[in-house]
Design a protein around this ligand. Structure first.
Ligand SMILES: [Zn+2]
Length: 216
């Protein structure tokens, strides 16, 4: 149920940000504002007064969604990552800023840009290229196809679960930690440390996504 609610609100957020980007590209801001508020009213079924509040919160997210990582920020996060955390925060593989292929260091938006994540130091961590591509713009474990993933896998097969499923378990752990300790999602990933293999919480029941956890 929690996953379903989270997925619905994320879908709404994404839809409003996409619509806002199109409208701001098409018009200048004062003209776009009226149309974006109309889109908010139609999408969220809220009255006009509340649409103003939503608009004020939405506008920075629309701007962030269109903003690439600047060269100084890229240099700064890259050198920090190579010094302090030379591994992929999603799978633990060692990464190198001068490597090619899957060991190449890429910068991943912890909260995706497509959902309004900032391209700044507080929202970027180093990831290997294959994880960055696999994660794409998924912001949360709820966005993975968790509902259909009750696989009846044997415990010995845990390490073979698909990469995106391991992300989902890790994203769930990070979100829980961020909530418990009232910290940012990025700090939660840093506290979780280098990702290890997920463990089964209860071996007596069928192995499904909800029965996996990273120990931390
Ligand atoms: Zn990785």
């Amino acid at each position: 149920m929690e996953a379903f609610q989270e997925m619905v609100s994320l879908q709404l957020t994404r839809r409003l940000i996409s619509a806002g980007q199109v409208l701001i590209d098409r018009h200048d801001l004062p003209a776009a504002e009226t149309e974006i508020k109309q889109a908010i009213i139609e999408t969220m079924v809220v009255d006009y007064m509340l649409a103003g509040d939503v608009y004020e919160r939405l506008l920075p997210a629309i701007r962030s969604a269109s903003q690439p990582i600047s060269d100084p920020v890229r240099r700064s996060v890259t050198s920090w990552a190579m010094r302090e955390m030379p591994y992929c925060y999603l799978c633990g593989t060692e990464v190198d800023s001068s490597a090619d292929g899957h060991r190449a260091l890429t910068l991943d938006h912890v909260w995706p840009r497509a959902y309004g994540g900032n391209s700044d130091l507080e929202n970027l961590l180093g990831a290997c290229q294959s994880c960055n591509e696999a994660k794409a713009d998924k912001p949360s474990w709820a966005m993975y196809p968790v509902q259909s993933y009750v696989a009846g896998l044997g415990v010995q097969a845990i390490e073979y679960i698909p990469k995106v499923m391991r992300f989902a378990v890790q994203a769930r752990a990070a979100k829980q930690l961020a909530r418990d300790e009232d910290c940012s999602l990025r700090d939660a990933y840093l506290k979780l440390g280098r990702p290890d293999r997920p463990v089964v919480l209860n071996e007596a029941t069928a192995v499904d996504l909800f029965n996996l956890e990273f120990s931390y």
